[in-house]
Design a protein around this ligand. Sequence first.
Ligand SMILES: *Cc1c(COP(=O)(O)O)cnc(C)c1O
Length: 374
Amino acid sequence: MPNKKEIGYRPTWAEVDLNNLADNLRKVSAGLSPKTRVLVTVKADAYGHGLIPVSKKLSGLGVDFLGVASIDEGIKLRQAGINIPVLILGVVLSKDISPIAKFGLTPTVCDEQSAAAFNRLAKRSGRRLDVHVKIDTGMGRIGVQYKDAFKLLQKISRLPAIRIEGLFTHFPLADINKRFTLAQIRLFDELILGLKRSGIAIPLVHVANSVGLADYKNSHFNMVRPGLVIYGLYPKENLNIKLKPVLSLKSRVVFVKDVPKGFGVSYAHAYVTRRPGRIVTLPIGYGDGYPRNLSNKAPVLIGGRRFKICGRICMDQIMVDVGSYKVRVGEEAVLIGKQNKEEITVEELAKLSGTIPYEISCGLGSRIPRVYRP
Ligand SMILES: *Cc1c(COP(=O)(O)O)cnc(C)c1O
């Protein structure tokens, strides 16, 4: 049970089980060829699990690369003393690139202008800079379009101060369209073959996100790039890996009231009791990133039983109708995770909320203290 030092005075917190994180990494790695390297994406505060504790754990477990979205996330890793390679997966503006050399981060390059800017930066800093080039084989986001990729790679490979360390692309449809995804892999194979023929050797080639890793063995190349599965969450149903959820979300009952039939609860009285019973209040709300559209929908575990949130979710509080169950003030409530034999998963909440597990876990706000186990 976390103490005040860990969570402060509001009894709402998230527990992050780093042993389960390690277990998931082991499970995922067991399905890879021993030579395949692993980059784990830790962007967005490690999908809401906490950038630094998660990254320290992963780095200690021998992960080869960490993937972040921005220069700022990369700087935070370096300032925490994490020294393994860090790839910035997003595009950065050329005027902002000087920290990349200073903090030893690896940028993504998608065009000639930014390649030239990195080349100048490397010259100025007196040290070679490794870059990864992103190819758009169908995502339609960042990345040089496939038809222009070979020419760009040739040009970049002639810049003296930078080295193309990596080549990558991303799947938009891996969970829903096998044919399209296999065609992307084929395009990538052809590009690599062409590069080899013209004497351009690129040490790292990476394509597979979580679904790619699990469902497309031929997308592993020599590095994989999972995020979600490492956090024990499923990007789709029926993934053939057994994972352990890493994050639990907990709170405590702070108020109990006995109410008659016909009693309206919370804004707009979107819930009215159909029988006499008991309404409890938990100190968590949409101000913590708990989605408001789970009002009257989401389950909550109290005393090892499943109850439902009743009425509108407020900014800082939610109510639960526990019927005739005798709840004590101070009793623990689980919003994500296990209590006795019951369990609420992020996937279940995502479905109820009409979103994806990613958005639920990233959305949990900084007001929720994270407590790390072990
Ligand atoms: C976030 C991200 C990943 C990881 O995706 P998951 O579905 O979480 O495994 C991989 N590649 C890129 C470019 C990403 O931005």
